[in-house]
Design a protein around this ligand. Structure first.
Ligand SMILES: *Cc1c(COP(=O)(O)O)cnc(C)c1O
Length: 241
């Protein structure tokens, strides 16, 4: 039976090949793309193996799990929070997260800025945009982001580094393309306005659609299920936990 390490290495190689292929197709450099491994469904021993394979950027969607895993792993991991952040969790998450992808209101941004000042931190944050305007989804409406834009510049301690979105779940990843393209155009529009914020980062693309996201300009892709595929089925056990 294949070991956890063998399966993970194979999955990672496949993901990296897809990244390279998408970069080649769109004339981009492979090292312009940061792979964030989303570990929300992965066992801790799988995550350890993945770190051993050289993946340094890990993402969690629940603040509590990010906090627990950051403590358990204690390794030089760059943590990304990719899911909703409640304002009462900001103080605990801030010292642990290198990047918060999911800032979905001006109030939350203000809170993060305030506590960053207090804690002497300078985190990167991304503003999450509900490009497809789905009712059940978090994130700024496109108009609300544009209208409230001056508030992004009021931050003194946080670096607003870019935008994040999730495409609706669909069978054909091509259907995600207009959503990703719109996020890039929105970034271009916003960064051209005063106050000039560069907004270099676009966090978009998951297992199912990251190839298309890279073609549309993603700088960070958030990949979970394709990295950990086959592990539960194989009953794969790692070395000691
Ligand atoms: C779970 C999750 C991902 C990863 O999705 P996969 O389809 O498993 O690759 C990416 N982004 C966010 C916000 C998530 O919650």
């Amino acid at each position: 039976m294949a070991s956890t390490a063998t399966i993970l290495a194979g999955n990672l190689a496949l993901v990296r090949r897809r990244i390279d292929t998408a970069c080649l197709r769109s004339g981009r450099e492979g090292d312009a793309i940061r792979l964030v491994a989303v570990t929300k469904y992965a066992r801790l021993d799988w995550v350890r193996e993945l770190i051993g394979l050289g993946v340094a950027d890990l993402g969690e969607s629940r603040p509590q799990q990010l906090i627990e895993r950051a403590e358990a792993l204690g390794e030089p991991v760059r943590w990304h929070l990719v899911g909703h952040l409640q304002r009462n969790k900001v103080r605990k998450v801030l010292p642990l997260a290198a990047c918060i992808h999911s800032v979905d209101s001006w109030k939350l941004l203000e809170r993060i800025d305030l506590l960053s000042a207090e804690l002497g931190l300078r985190p990167d944050v991304l503003l999450e945009v509900n490009v497809s305007a789905e009712a059940a989804k978090d994130g700024f409406a496109v108009d609300a982001l544009a209208d409230g834009w001056p508030q992004a510049a009021r931050c003194r301690h946080v670096r607003v580094a870019g935008l994040m979105t999730m495409a609706p779940l669909q069978d054909d990843p091509e259907h995600a393309r207009p959503v990703f393209r719109r996020l890039r155009e929105l970034r271009d529009e916003l960064s051209a306005r005063p106050p000039a914020l560069a907004l270099p980062e676009l966090s978009m693309g998951m297992s199912h659609d990251f190839d298309v996201a890279i073609e549309e300009g993603a700088t960070m892709i958030r990949v979970g299920s394709d990295l950990f595929a086959g592990l539960a089925e194989a009953g794969a056990h790692g070395a000691a936990r």
